[in-house]
Design a protein around this ligand. Structure first.
Ligand code: LLP
Length: 415
């Protein structure tokens, strides 16, 4: 059963009506289901059982402390891309020893903090980054554990903005450069070679590209072994897609089974960095219709959430299902669901058949991943509240921002 379902014509999150949540916490408001978060993570654990594997949740997908807390309690590792995310993991009692540091632009300070925290591995994306990490680690009298993110040059067949495994992306180390770089890393006193990794993109809905990437990385591991360079772990990144509309992605279990089958009996510790698949359908964005503005060409439903709250439609033309919180009898009309921001790109959905009135609540579905974490204060809009439903209880996990706080760090010029 989905965590979000209608009961007596009312959309509910676990044991609570969304209407009661809107009355208590206001709108716009992100609503997460603890049960849905746990179910996804447990599916990952089940698919890895009997294997030496670590599931490192990609914090960028949804970095709320309560979300990290739910996963940390289930033994998750974490995949981070900034010292900010590292601080969040530590704050949520996540284990730095199970934390991977990804990203193409790590600063010296970030490297220092991550080494001091004792993270599991740095995923390195360039020769220059390797040199910097070597110098930082030596200055701290230690060796930093590294993995090279190999760019396997496979087509993830996803949106170009979130496709990362092709040669012309900024990500990773070209396949043919990997071997020489490992050789060099093996000579550096501040570096300890730990693993190899790849991440080819996000919202993949087929296993083919994952398998193709895996095959290329396994070939590299074999080539390294011939040279006496041993790889302890293989990190296969994230990227497994979810259903937003009519996609039929493989289940977590099928995805893992396919990859493990390919790995056969190799003695490798395996890591994953799933983000979206763990949180995407565990969250929705609750919003209220402020005005209906029917017109000749289009009918607009102007809601109190906007592109600053959920950027995916504006940025990727992403489709999110939009459901009425209370089902109404009566005729449906096609509505453009738009926010109050002064941009034509400020839409949450086009041409949605809905029977609605001003004041009604709508749920923008599948908003748990890359929703709040990509939000902004554009138009000086306070960021939405976030709540987590747990059975019949609702916990406020991030309070709605206050307007004064939005400019509290700003200064007027001296008089
Ligand atoms: N590992 C690395 C190195 C990544 O760059 C990413 C996502 C992940 C793991 C997690 O990928 P996931 O399992 O969530 O697909 N804002 C876009 C998605 C950007 C993905 C960035 N990297 C969106 O809203 O669709």
């Amino acid at each position: 059963m989905s965590a979000f379902a209608y009961r007596d014509g009312e959309l509910c999150a676990e044991g609570r009506t969304l209407d009661s949540i809107a009355r208590e916490f206001g709108t716009p408001c992100y609503v997460y289901s603890r049960a849905a978060l746990e179910t996804g993570f447990r599916e990952f654990l089940a698919g890895c059982s009997g294997r030496d594997a670590l599931v490192c949740y990609a914090v960028k997908a949804n970095s709320n402390l309560a979300v990290l807390d739910v996963f940390a309690r289930l033994g998750a590792g974490f995949d981070i891309v900034s010292e900010g995310e590292l601080a969040r993991v530590i704050k949520a009692d996540g284990d730095p020893k199970k934390t991977l540091f990804s990203g193409v632009g790590k600063t010296e300070t970030e490297m220092r903090r991550a080494i001091a925290a004792g993270i599991r591995c740095f995923n390195i994306e360039s020769a220059a980054e390797l040199d910097r990490l070597d110098a930082v680690a030596r200055s701290m009298n230690t060796r930093a554990p590294v993995s090279f993110r190999v760019n396997p040059d496979v087509d993830a067949k996803t949106h170009p903005y979130i496709s990362t495994g092709l040669r012309d992306n900024k990500f990773g180390i070209a396949h043919e450069d990997a071997l020489p770089l490992y050789r060099r890393a093996a000579t550096l006193p501040g570096i300890r070679i730990a693993g190899i990794d790849c991440h080819i993109g996000s919202q993949l809905t087929e296993t083919g590209p994952f398998v193709e990437a895996l095959d290329r990385v396994l070939a590299l591991i074999d080539a390294l072994a011939v040279e006496g360079i041993a790889i302890e772990h293989l990190d296969l990144g994230g990227g497994l897609g979810i259903r937003y509309r009519d996609e039929v992605p493989p289940s977590i279990g099928d995805y893992l089974a396919t990859l493990f089958k390919r790995l056969g009996s190799r003695k490798l510790s395996v890591m994953f960095e799933p983000g979206r698949v763990l949180v995407g359908n565990a969250g929705l964005l609750l919003t209220k219709i402020e005005y209906l503005k029917p017109g000749e060409a289009k009918n607009f439903a102007i809601v109190d959430a906007a592109m600053n709250d959920l950027m995916r439609p504006a940025l990727y033309d992403a489709w999110h299902d939009i459901l009425p919180v209370r089902q109404r009898a009566g005729e449906s009309h096609a509505w453009e669901i738009v926010g109050p921001v002064c941009e034509s790109g400020d839409f949450l959905g086009h041409d949605r058949p809905l029977a609605v009135q001003a004041g009604d609540l709508l749920a923008i579905m599948s908003a748990g991943a890359y929703g709040m974490s990509m939000s902004s204060n554009y138009n000086t809009r306070p960021r939405a509240a976030e709540v987590m439903v747990d059975g019949d209880s609702v916990h406020l996990v991030r309070e709605r921002e206050h307007i004064e706080a939005l400019f509290s760090g700003e200064r007027r010029l001296p008089a």
